[in-house]
Design a protein around this ligand. Structure first.
Ligand SMILES: [Fe+2]
Ligand SMILES: [Fe+2]
Length: 304
């Protein structure tokens, strides 16, 4: 009997990223198209064209998962990175036309455009790191993912609060409470960021901190190496619990929308989309928490 080869981290992580995020990108392009005013034919057809491209790449990712190889995945990642560059440009264009009042207001909030562009940038950065073999330490990776996802979860809560019918007071209040809870958690994650990984803060101060993420040779020089503390692990538990609460709220909202038992202008697909992102956030937090090094020291016992 032949031995089934275990896919490398490069292969399994590339496919984990692409099979999840390409579906998300496809849906973003649908949401943009549905949210544009009907006068905006050129932007609507560009959204449709990119949506078709996302669907094609998603099919290819699923096909590749059946018989992957390092070379095929490397080439596929390259084509997805090129696609994401176009998607990010398009989202930037739509955002700019909206905030500069060049188009009639539709149903796309500017913060939604910024939010879905952040998701595209995050996905592209993950693929660039994999293809270029850019090492990222476990504490840095964990905190970056926390800051990214906690902001995404806070944004979702805000979108839900604003898209529910104002008469749905109880649900609007619940969504607003989640927004405050996740804003606070993100501020906490940002405190950990500068406390434990000052390199990230330095990177954000550099003019070339964008893409491609090549760090200059002086990057991080003279700054202490990242390390883990017990309170970061406690924080990881708190964020997983909060995200699980929000996931349950989103699931209830999605089910009520499908059953036509709540008043809102939320498409059930959007409700399902944000639910899947909460599930993914929990998955990412859980994977990265396991990779954290042991926390530094323990306090000596207190004398009685
Ligand atoms: Fe999304
Ligand atoms: Fe999102």
């Amino acid at each position: 009997m032949g031995v089934i080869p275990i896919p490398s981290y490069f292969i399994s992580e590339s496919l984990r990223q692409s099979t999840f995020w390409l579906r998300i990108m496809k849906e973003h392009l649908l949401f943009i198209r549905l949210g544009l005013s009907c006068d905006e034919q050129a932007l609507r057809s560009e959204a449709q064209r990119l949506e078709n491209e996302a669907a094609r790449l998603l099919d290819e990712a699923r096909r590749l998962a059946g018989a992957p190889s390092e070379h095929k995945i490397f080439e596929f990642n390259r084509s997805v990175i090129a696609f994401l560059t176009k998607v990010i440009e398009f989202k930037s264009l739509v955002l700019r036309t909206l905030v500069c009042c060049k188009v009639r207001a539709g149903a796309n909030f500017p913060l939604l455009l910024d939010h879905i562009r952040r998701e595209a940038i995050h996905f592209r950065a993950a693929l660039v790191r994999l293809n270029e073999k850019i090492p990222v330490g476990p504490v840095e990776m964990f905190i970056q993912e926390e800051v990214f996802w906690l902001r995404i979860m806070a944004d979702h809560s805000k979108f839900i609060a604003h898209l529910l019918d104002p008469s749905e007071r109880g649900f609007v209040r619940l969504a607003t409470d989640f927004s405050g809870r996740f804003d606070e958690l993100r501020f906490h994650a940002e405190d950990f960021e500068t406390m434990l990984v000052p390199q990230i803060f330095e990177n954000s101060q550099l003019p070339d901190a964008g893409m491609p993420p090549r760090r200059p040779a002086v990057f991080g020089q003279g700054l202490p190496e990242p390390y883990n503390v017990g309170s970061l692990d406690r924080f990881a538990g708190e964020t997983i619990a909060a995200t699980a609460d929000l996931r349950d709220f989103k699931r209830t909202a999605r089910d009520l929308l499908v059953a036509c038992r709540v008043l809102s202008i939320i498409d059930p697909l959007l409700a399902d989309h944000v639910l899947r992102e909460a599930e993914r956030a929990i998955e990412d937090f859980t994977i990265l928490r396991r990779c954290l090094p042991a926390p530094c020291g323990a306090r000596p016992p207190v004398d009685p």
